[in-house]
Ligand binder design. Structure first.
Ligand code: UT7
Length: 354
């Protein structure tokens, strides 16, 4: 492979044949949060653009939300669960450290023969999982891979820490990734049969020197769970918001430029930009640097907050429902988060709606 084609997807053409989303019905507004935290609707809206978020009912785990989104995506693709060869779940709030959340998602969806594993790459996880799924399909390892971004971040938030508690929400989104040659007509969205949809390429990256900026300190092999770690609230997410903010506003424009160059496209060609929904100010800053017109940017952070690995597939599902994805559209997906990590994906939307 020449260095010029590095990052652009080679092998069998790959496309997205189904999308699905699931959001818990319980809405928590900024005013609700200000009842228990020293915060205000004004502060949260001004600094983040968030108005409200969804929170899953007690007893529900990330796999439960993921299953709902995955079932919708399979139905959308017109695919029987047993046709799925791999299930990849991206999450920062797994059901457990072991087994993989994907194992439960695969089983509950009826993907009984599928291999199942999780991707842990912070809020970039969905784009990383999409890259792994696309590579497996392009290389001929599988015809269909189910990619799920599922989060119950409410379980790993410190509800006494106003600097993180106001930012996140629960939700799940899913996409079916298929070989173009294995698609067929007949699904509710018509699949991609005869369509022009293609996943074109990726830019994946990281900087582990920032690993401490966004972390759950305890509960792993570095700091095993103990009474002391529980008392010190070290099983909750901790973030250096300022450093993550600086990192995010820098890498989004850089990574976008790289993936565009790798695929031989220009910023002006982008029809829809779907960034990770961390903070409206980060998105606005990146869009300004990139030079993408506002009307070509999709946001829903105001309604759901930061849903980490679920944010991009949630946006795609909503964008399609709103008619903002048309056949032939060039779409840029951009994830960034813990690791620190980033991941960009460039794709062309297909005839069948995907
Ligand atoms: O998914 C990827 C991971 N996450 C992100 O991308 C988040 C990246 N970071 C951010 O979005 C921003 O840094 C935040 C929204 C987290 C914070 O915004 P900021 O403008 O950087 O605020 P700050 O951290 O500089 O805090 C400013 C002030 C502080 O008070 P003092 O020290 O100036 O008196 C904070 O204590 O705001 C205070 N503050 C709050 N006040 C009311 C922090 N959180 C809150 C709050 N309500 N919820």
């Amino acid at each position: 492979m020449s260095s010029q084609s590095l990052g652009s997807l080679s092998g069998r053409p790959v496309t997205i044949t189904g999308l699905g989303a699931y959001l818990p019905s319980r809405v928590i507004t900024n005013d609700d949060l200000s009842q228990t935290l020293d915060t205000s609707d004004e502060w949260i809206r001004q600094r983040t653009g968030i108005r409200e978020r969804r929170i899953a009912d007690p007893g529900l785990a990330s796999s439960d939300l993921g299953v709902m989104a995955a079932r919708s995506a399979l139905a959308d693709a017109g695919l029987a669960p047993e046709e799925v060869g791999l299930v990849v779940t991206a999450t920062i709030s797994p059901d457990q450290l072991m087994p993989a959340t994907a194992a439960r998602v695969a089983y509950q969806c009826g993907c009984l023969a599928a291999g199942a594993y999780d991707v842990s790459a912070g809020c970039s996880g969905f784009v990383f999982a999409l890259a792994m799924a696309s590579s497996a399909v392009a290389a001929g390892l599988e015809d269909h891979v189910l990619v799920v971004g599922a989060e119950t971040i409410s379980r790993i938030l410190d509800w006494e820490d106003r600097s993180t508690a106001v930012l996140f929400g629960d939700g799940a989104g899913a996409a079916v990734v298929s070989a173009v040659e294995a698609t067929r007509q007949g699904g509710p969205s018509g699949g991609d049969a005869g369509g022009s949809g293609r996943i074109l390429g990726f830019d994946l990256g990281g900087d582990g020197s920032g690993a401490d900026y966004l972390q759950i300190p305890a509960g792993g092999s570095r700091l095993p769970a103990s009474c002391a770690t529980v008392q010190a609230r070290q099983h909750y997410m901790q973030m250096n918001g300022h450093e993550v903010y600086r990192f995010a506003t820098r890498v989004v424009a850089e990574s976008a430029a790289r993936v565009l160059a790798r695929c031989g496209r220009r910023t002006e060609d982008i029809d829809l930009f779907v960034p990770h929904q961390a903070n409206l100010r980060i998105i606005e800053g990146a869009v300004k640097k990139l030079g993408i017109p506002e009307e070509r940017v999709f946001t829903n952070v105001d309604r759901y907050g930061n849903t980490s690995c679920a944010s991009i597939p949630l946006c795609l599902t909503e964008a399609r429902a709103e008619g903002r994805l048309r056949p032939g559209d060039l779409v840029l997906l951009m994830g960034f988060g813990a690791g620190l990590s980033w991941g960009a994906c460039l794709l062309e939307w297909g005839e069948g709606g995907v």
